[in-house]
Design a protein around this ligand. Structure first.
Ligand SMILES: C[S@@+](CC[C@H](N)C(=O)[O-])C[C@H]1O[C@@H](n2cnc3c(N)ncnc32)[C@H](O)[C@@H]1O
Length: 288
């Protein structure tokens, strides 16, 4: 069995998400249960700072004081709840969407284990796209748990800034089938033009009846988070945010969208998300 090698750079952000999912899975009032999350965290070891997973930033009295500022303190306390709400939102979307769509594409799947834990029907085909080192790490950890997906899972290791549609079609994606697409925790790591290209490509590959769920942040929130001296390893890699209403943005690609703030979904799930992360967008859309 291959020894898991933890991803570096942007791939590390998937480990951070797994860490929050492991925390949520232990709560008595949890919004989901991800039995794999703690195994990813254990196999990855400590998360290293910096884009290359390199230099550890030293804490100074200045950074400690920053942490005590109410907005920063609220941000760090809210983050695990934000990831829990976001995870549940995408779980609910996929459960519902796979009653109509037998083809699923999880863009930037990271350490998402929906193919294993959502009991998706056996005729559903799930394509997981992420960077090769992330998918290799994921598969080596899942193999140790001797887990099998109920649905048909296919890993597509490819950079989403390259010609991923060709890789997807080669992996068996059917152009004439309605597809449920998800982009969770991805768009902030792409530039605005890369996001536009991604949306164009998704739209071209979407047969009538296709669905889409995505998460994004307003540009102003992203700018604030990036310039915060306490920006975490993930925030230092943020590259874009939304400068227009998500419903209008998606309409320009031919999607009819419903966009709500994460804080609104949090309330529906019985959580309170008052910090900046609560303003994140969670969007579902149907192909027009
Ligand atoms: C915050 S994680 C979210 C992972 C997953 N969606 C989840 O919620 O568990 C971001 C993911 O985006 C992936 N990613 C970022 N840029 C990418 C790119 N250009 N091509 C493929 N994957 C990318 C990273 O490797 C990482 O797995």
């Amino acid at each position: 069995m291959t020894q898991p090698v933890a991803p570096r750079g942007v791939g590390q952000t998937a480990v951070a998400v797994a860490k929050f999912r492991a925390m949520e899975s232990k709560r008595p009032n949890r919004l989901f249960h991800d039995p794999f999350a703690k195994h990813f965290v254990a196999a990855a070891g400590p998360i290293r700072r910096g884009p290359g997973g390199g230099k550890k930033k030293r804490s100074t009295w200045r950074t400690l004081l920053q942490l005590l500022r109410p907005a920063n303190y609220a941000h760090y306390r809210a983050m695990p709840h934000f990831i829990a709400v976001r995870t549940r939102f995408f779980d609910d979307f996929l459960r519902a969407a796979t009653t109509e769509c037998q083809q699923v594409v999880i863009l930037a799947a990271g350490l998402d284990t929906r193919a294993y834990r959502l009991d998706l029907p056996s005729d559903v085909r799930v394509f997981e796209i992420d960077l090769p080192e992330v998918l290799t790490f994921k598969e080596s950890v899942v193999a140790r748990q001797q887990a099998d997906a109920d649905c048909q899972r296919t890993a597509v290791p490819v950079d989403l800034r390259s010609d991923w549609p060709t890789a997807l079609v080669k992996a068996g994606f059917q152009l004439d089938q309605p597809t449920a697409w998800t982009a969770e925790g991805l768009l902030v790591y792409l530039s605005e033009s890369e996001c536009a290209q991604l949306l164009e490509r998704i739209s071209k590959l979407s047969a009538p009846g296709s669905r889409l769920a995505l998460g994004h942040q307003d540009r102003s929130t992203v700018q604030q988070q990036v310039s915060n001296p306490l920006a975490g390893a993930a925030q230092t890699l943020y590259r874009s945010g939304l400068s227009q209403d998500p419903v209008e943005w998606l309409a320009s690609y031919g999607w009819r969208a419903d966009a709500r703030r994460a804080a609104q979904y949090a309330r529906d799930y019985g959580r309170n998300l008052t910090a900046d992360v609560g303003s994140g967008w969670l969007v579902t859309a149907e192909r027009e």
